[in-house]
Design a protein around this ligand. Sequence first.
Ligand SMILES: [Zn+2]
Ligand SMILES: [Zn+2]
Length: 205
Amino acid sequence: MAHDDSGSTDGYNVIGSHDELVRWSRAYCTRAVDRYDFSVDVTLVQWEVSTRAKRRAAAVKTPNVDGTTVGKPIDWTTRSIGGATTTPPACTMSLSWRAFESFDRDEWAATLRHELVHVEQFQTFGATDHGPSFRRRAESVDAPIRVRRFTDPKYVLSCGDCGTDVAYRYRDCKLVRESSAYRSACCGAILDCRTERETNDNDAT
Ligand SMILES: [Zn+2]
Ligand SMILES: [Zn+2]
């Protein structure tokens, strides 16, 4: 399968805030729905950025719908889901800021396609899983069957004055090697760089 728009400079590398990450990801998903023929209404997806989730790169949060199963299309018009004002009801794409920082553009885009398969299943069936039809669909849209667990950053840079963590890096880079040449935005102070301990737990994603 051809890589979509690879090599284009579409702003991924200059994303600097949660709002920009949501804007980029929503725009990407809107294009991907066309390009990969997803049966998804992106306007019924809400977005959030999590700074706490440390293991999952992204997740789709859906309302619970009784008696649904993947493979059995749901007739939303006969359902009333508590509090929902649309059919299908909205689901939420939750993006991990720290995963975004550790993924390059192609991996982030593939992660979004993985999550779009979940949205497609939810909007079609009222349920979603990682079963055989998920796997077939993920392969057909060039998405991973499991989103890679991402690891905690190797380096944490913090403000030398107030101690606030100001940046994370996953590999050695100029900022890490010459951290004292940079200044924090909060206090204009020298940055301290510390190495995070590697973690090796294995919870499911
Ligand atoms: Zn998944
Ligand atoms: Zn500070």
